[in-house]
Design a protein around this ligand. Structure first.
Ligand code: MIC
Length: 518
């Protein structure tokens, strides 16, 4: 290839990318790299990611439509093709593929939601689901093509091709690792996937420690890596930024000054470092939880600004706070230097002494920080979800109002997390009934109950199991066969199984009539 051919080809590719980025949807994004960067790293043949792009475009239109009408797009986690087919039949317009449920059911080695399953577990599940969607769609098309006009009119058409939204967890690794994950999601046919700001493998569930997030810059790198891969592929696939920092207890690093205002340190100079305390306790066989609790009481953990407030007079503190007039994102070095000038007493603050046995820093989670992060992620993402441990309505409203003040056209997401106690969080029955629509008014149109399988399916299967143990096939006939007949339920030996498609395609593809000599 001559230099001119190469340059012309590159130029044409750059123009193609730039034109694509001018579309209504793409022009909402701001990339930290150029079209030339993308063009240089693309293949020399065009790769079409039709299913993912088409499903993403369908989802985008649904979002636009629902935002305009202030209506929710409700779904639940379905990681199994059979379950998904019924979700479609029931008329839900989107499907959700939960990482937590995949980790319990679609792996050889199950475990709790620590995202320690192989990185391609969720994309592989999406692939299986999308293939089943395409198959049901083809099966239905075939049956409908054989119907009389009267039968056609009397048979409702099911949209088996609902766009799938999948859980990409924390992306499972490095920049190139996230690019591979993204590629796999696109090839699998996903419409949208989300990446969060959690640290890999650091969720704790029962020992009184919670979640650990990565610094803001690392979160943004993850999202940008995914965006870059989508651009390389020319895919319309939607990228959702999920911020998990609300209720996070730790942060892995203090590299990013945007996080400094939320990192906590020891303010009691008499307190020994947490690591020392915990190692000694372990050696002496003392209980982890209570030792840590006693250390926390002694350490008097707070943020640097709170530590300043403790020792400063009100006037000094006001002068200290003047530091944030132009920007709230000041580094610890700037904070310390300013405090040294404005406050007469020394400020004792040691965030190193508070580091956990895994090296994490203590983090004061606040809604404000989640808002900061979500705003920082807006330019490279299409949609946003702030994950919350509890459904606190005032926090939900504040988050979305602040974000919508910057991006009112965006679709926001919400997860009805498995163990939410709506009434304990202050909802009345009436409010719970209206919750979907109240959220939709805030632009929160993507709404999922991710772990239905763990509650609903467990419940049904357990109840059935007890009945079957007691009454065997007599009970099965009464409760299942008779019920299904009466209600035309999909099942084996109904059209849902594709028997007609199977026979007809075998007949059509049969080679007999071209090979026999008469
Ligand atoms: C959505 C989620 O990521 C999932 O894996 O399904 C979980 C669900 C849950 O805890 O109920 C999460 O929100 O972390």
């Amino acid at each position: 290839m001559t230099v001119t051919t190469r340059d012309n080809r590159l130029q044409a590719e750059v123009e193609k990318i730039e034109n694509w980025w001018k579309s209504e949807k793409q022009s909402r994004l701001r990339r930290p790299y150029s079209a030339l960067d993308v063009a240089r790293m693309r293949n020399s043949i065009e790769l079409n990611h039709h299913v993912s792009s088409q499903q993403a475009t369908k989802l985008w239109k649904l979002f636009e439509d629902k935002i305009a009408k202030q209506e929710p797009l409700l779904t639940y986690g379905a990681v199994d093709p059979i379950l998904l087919s019924q979700l479609c039949k029931a008329g839900l317009e989107i499907g959700y593929v939960s990482g937590a449920v995949c980790g319990l059911s679609n792996v050889a080695e199950p475990s709790m939601d620590t995202a320690d399953y192989p990185w391609d577990t969720v994309p592989n599940t999406v692939q299986k689901l999308v293939n089943s969607q395409l198959w049901h769609d083809r099966r239905q098309n075939h049956l409908r093509s054989l119907m009389t006009p009267e039968e056609l009119a009397a048979t409702p058409e099911i949209d088996y091709l609902v766009p799938l939204i999948a859980d990409g967890d924390m992306g499972f690794g490095s920049t190139t690792g996230i690019m591979k994950l993204t590629k796999k999601f696109v090839e699998a046919g996903v419409a949208m996937f989300h990446l969060d700001d959690l640290a890999i493998g650091m969720k704790r569930f029962t020992i009184g420690e919670g979640r650990t997030v990565v610094p803001t810059c690392e979160y943004l790198k993850r999202l940008t890596a995914a965006r870059f891969q989508l651009d390389l592929m020319g895919a319309e696939t939607l990228l959702m930024g999920r911020a998990d920092s609300l209720h996070a207890e730790y942060i892995t690093s203090v590299i990013d000054p945007r996080d400094h205002g939320y990192v906590q340190g020891v303010t009691n100079p008499e307190c020994e470092p947490l690591l020392e305390t915990m190692v000694k306790a372990q050696r002496e066989g003392r209980d982890y939880r209570s030792t840590r609790k006693a250390w926390l009481e002694k350490a008097r953990l707070m943020t640097f600004d709170e530590a300043v407030e403790q020792v400063a007079t009100p006037e000094e503190y006001a002068e200290y706070m003047a530091l944030f007039k132009d920007s709230k994102f000041k580094s610890i070095t700037e904070r310390r230097a300013h405090a040294a000038k404005m406050v007469s007493k020394p400020v004792f603050f040691d965030w190193e002494a508070a580091r956990s046995t895994d090296g994490q820093y203590f983090f004061k989670h606040t809604l404000e920080h989640v808002i900061d992060r979500a705003i920082a992620a807006l330019p490279v993402t299409d949609t946003t979800w702030a994950r919350m441990d509890a459904p606190k309505w005032n926090e939900i409203v504040e988050f979305h109002e602040k974000l919508r003040a910057i991006d009112s056209r965006r679709a926001y997401g919400f997860g009805y997390i498995g163990n939410y106690d709506y009434y304990a969080a202050g909802f009345t029955e009436e409010q719970l009934k209206n919750l979907h629509w109240e959220l939709a008014k805030l632009g929160v149109v993507f709404q999922t109950q991710p772990i239905y399988a763990c509650q609903g399916l467990n419940m049904m299967s357990f109840e059935f199991g007890k009945m079957f143990k007691r009454e065997g096939i007599y009970g099965y006939d009464r409760d299942i066969i008779q019920f299904c007949k009466k209600n035309n339920t999909d099942g084996f030996e109904t059209s849902w199984c594709g028997a007609k498609l199977s026979d007809d395609q075998m007949f059509a593809a049969d080679s007999l009539d071209v090979t026999l000599p008469f």
